[in-house]
Design a protein around this ligand. Sequence first.
Ligand SMILES: Cc1cc2nc3c(=O)[nH]c(=O)nc-3n(C[C@H](O)[C@H](O)[C@H](O)COP(=O)(O)OP(=O)(O)OC[C@H]3O[C@@H](n4cnc5c(N)ncnc54)[C@H](O)[C@@H]3O)c2cc1C
Length: 383
Amino acid sequence: MRKIIVIGAGFAGLSAAARLSGMVPDAEVSIFDKKETVDFLPLLPDIIGRQLAPEFVSSPVKNILSRRKIKFVREEVSSVDLNSSQVFADSRAHDYDFLLIASGSQTNFFSDAKAQSQAYALNSVNDAKGIMEALRKERFENFIVCGGGYTGIEAAGSLWLFCRRNGISARVFIVERSPGILGALPLWMKDYIARNLNTMGIEVLSNSVIEDIQGTRVKVSGGRVFEKAMLIWVPGVRTADYIQKLEVKKNPQGRIIVDEYLRFRQNCFCAGDTALFEAGGVPLGDVPLRMAVQFSIAEGALAADNIIRSLKGKKLKKFIPQDLGFIIPMANNRSCGRVFGLEIRGLLPTLLHFMMCIYRAFGLKNKIGLAAGLIRSCFAAPK
Ligand SMILES: Cc1cc2nc3c(=O)[nH]c(=O)nc-3n(C[C@H](O)[C@H](O)[C@H](O)COP(=O)(O)OP(=O)(O)OC[C@H]3O[C@@H](n4cnc5c(N)ncnc54)[C@H](O)[C@@H]3O)c2cc1C
């Protein structure tokens, strides 16, 4: 019997599992994940700002796979030996004929031990719950968000909304190392978001870094010290530790460079945030395909198709990404984005983002719970 191992039960891994289930009768398909649940990451900021119930933002992997012929192994993968075709988890070796790596990305603390132990990450439902617990226990006067990318902007907005809804007069800052926020986004979006942040009273400290953390005392370069501060750490992501050890072509974040079939070895595929897709040796438009749910799902499905094709001795299919667009959701409902090539701003992109989240959420109970929570919050949100 042939063995197929998928590492990671997130968007990419579960999309692959759906494709593989029942399609290869003479193969055993196992999916490994270190967690029992799959988290719907785009809604993490809304657990804080819109007070979404965390139970609607994650689902047990077992329930999702209940009708599929897939074995779920709840173990953390610690290493992969590409030469002997073995995956190591809980110190046991598992042989594979085909491997699909789909273990996403995790918070990058850039070897800053103080940040790792004292700052709050926002990359899982547990992280969001940890932030909520701290907010319930302690009265913070300052919220410092380290990182001015999409997640940083959303986190800052959500903290602003949390304060507003709970009558807390705290200040929110975004600390960004580079001269501006949101990297390579079009100028109109950056301007729109900057005006938005300004309206919410969120201050951007550009060309700045976190210099020191002493519990709730945070020192930012330029001599600014914030007392009673909560530090949210979202300056970037990297791939899992076991990938750092793999001797394959990767970028500095540890994303594995895949070919047009999403392969990085004859029998090994990679999809989702862990994969860095290149077309014809040149990254798409000189910028690698961004980390997003739509690409993770599409890549997972195509990688699975290509495993099935390999088993059947058929020609592999090339990955041709279809970009539907993207939205930067804002906590004050003034979002912006480009959808099907159209530039949109205001309440419409906010609603479209939430419709996408409800559509993609796992399970009917979660869809209903999210729809109720999000609709309520959209129309109750302060202007
Ligand atoms: C706060 C936030 C907001 C976002 N907002 C948006 C948005 O609005 N729109 C959008 O398109 N994208 C958004 N994203 C990005 C999007 O969530 C990711 O691109 C997507 O989740 C990637 O899917 P994936 O399957 O590659 O990885 P994931 O969904 O991260 O799944 C990876 C899985 O692998 C497991 N895993 C990791 N390491 C191991 C290991 N060693 N052993 C076993 N299992 C392991 C993890 O537990 C996880 O379940 C957001 C991300 C964050 C963090």
